[in-house]
Ligand binder design. Structure first.
Ligand code: KE4
Length: 430
């Protein structure tokens, strides 16, 4: 695989950008080697600047659920672009977008647009604190909610991949207000509520964890969280930045029929543009400025370009719910092919899948929480990643990430992924 141009551009990038990347996990630090610089993408394919082609199984970490360069999304953006990209004033498309989100997401009666998942989660916990007049929050070890200070404690995704799940720069005071529980461990949550009576504003959770690798909630876990929150007058926040519009039109809360008090959204909602959102019950959302005292703002929040892209993508997903079965079938085919390969090679590694997100753990034990995930063979994952890359399959460069399937991945792509998986594992273990 030729990487000359990527190598020279990466050397250049390191002169001007920390680590040569604008988001740490892209640096390939956990898997060795250097990042490839992508020139363009179309459908299920990525094309790098050295002419290499890859089947994309990250899809920009989730947003490109309809594949790359989707003509419908492109058309909506081109039209909006002619009217100038941003006004900093209300536009009709923002109302259409808000109405669509309210119709699609069960917990959302009112919604505020922001510019990233991080902004959405930061705003949601400020709102929860303002609404409940309490300071502490509970998050789960290995879950990642963006890079807001309150979340960079026992954080997953790039934070743990880079070895800083508790980032320097987060003050002791902030850290003291973030309590850590275990994913799928309701008792750990109950104990925190008992030890911090009347102090906990909210519990924030990825309803399906995707930042310790993909880990699904045990039966009753999400329902149990809701009961514990309401018994202690705290709010339940589902961070659906990853699962929103991915696992169902109404996200994980539709799939598992558990409705939180607040929901944060990102990724798919923007159709590839920088968009986040947070929403929930009217009485809570009306606590946000200008209707209430909790302040939150943003120059480009709801800008017409991002709204046009996100609205086009969400509208398509709402009007074509059949794609969720298609995505589930495609992902199931990939995972059953990989499972057959593992059995042929006498390997007992685990595949965790929910809908069109999954992770192959280099781990002989079931992975139900962050402790289990950390026991995976990271060195083996790194070798596997590079062997698959050489075979033209672009995976997430960390064992602590999920893969995201798009509707553009077709039968021949599935066959190539399964074949490359077999050849890569054979090279490693045969
Ligand atoms: P952003 O600020 O990156 O838009 O969203 C933060 C965020 C919030 N909540 C969840 C559940 C998330 O998964 C994320 C971001 N996900 C990572 C991938 N694991 C983004 C990739 C990156 O950091 O470059």
């Amino acid at each position: 695989m030729k990487i000359t141009n990527s190598k020279s551009i990466f050397a250049e990038a390191n002169k001007y950008i920390p680590g040569g990347v604008n988001s740490p996990v892209r640096a390939f630090k956990a898997v060795g080697g250097e990042p490839l610089f992508i020139e363009r993408a179309e459908g299920s394919r990525l094309y790098d600047i050295d002419g290499n082609t890859f089947i994309d199984m990250i899809n920009s970490w989730g947003p490109m659920i309809l594949g790359h360069a989707n003509k419908m999304v492109e058309a909506s953006v081109t039209t909006a672009l002619k009217n100038s990209p941003s006004f900093g004033a209300p536009t009709e498309v923002e109302v259409q977008m808000a109405e669509l989100i309210v119709n699609m997401v069960p917990s959302v009666e009112k919604v505020r647009m922001v510019n990233s998942g991080t902004e959405a989660t930061m705003s949601a916990i400020r709102l929860a604190r303002g609404f409940t007049k309490k300071d502490k929050i509970i998050k789960f070890e290995g879950c990642y909610h963006g890079h807001g200070d309150s979340f960079l404690i026992a954080a997953g995704s790039g934070a743990v991949t880079m070895g800083s799940p508790d980032s320097p720069g987060v003050t002791r005071g902030t850290a003291n207000d973030t309590l850590i529980a275990g994913f799928n461990d309701l008792n750990s949550v109950e104990v925190l509520f008992q030890h911090n009576p009347r102090e906990i504003a909210a519990v924030i959770v990825e309803p399906v964890a995707g930042n310790m690798g993909c880990v699904s909630p045990d039966p009753g876990f999400l329902e149990g969280l809701k009961e514990l929150c309401h018994a202690n007058e705290a709010l339940l926040i589902f961070d659906e930045v990853m699962t929103g519009f991915r696992l169902a039109p109404g996200g994980a809360q539709e799939l598992f029929s558990v409705t939180p008090d607040l929901t944060t959204l990102g990724k798919i909602i923007g159709g590839g543009f920088p968009v986040g959102a947070y929403g929930g019950r009217k009485e809570i959302m009306d606590t946000i400025s200008p209707t209430g005292p909790v302040y939150q703002a943003g120059t480009l929040s709801g800008n017409p370009i991002a709204m046009s892209a996100g609205y086009a993508q969400l509208k398509y997903l709402k009007e074509h719910p059949e794609i969720y079965q298609e995505l589930d079938d495609t992902t199931a085919d990939i995972c059953s092919g990989i499972q057959k390969n593992l059995e042929k090679l006498n390997l007992d590694f685990k595949i965790n899948r929910v809908g069109s997100m999954f992770t192959l753990f280099f781990n002989n034990e079931e992975v139900r929480n962050f402790t289990d995930a950390k026991n995976s063979d990271m060195e083996a994952f790194g070798r596997y990643f590079n062997l698959m890359l050489e075979r033209g399959v672009y995976l997430a460069p960390s064992q602590y990430e999920a893969l995201f399937i798009s509707t553009a991945i077709d039968k021949s792509d599935v066959d190539h992924i399964i074949d490359s998986n077999f050849k890569s594992l054979s090279k490693m273990y045969n």
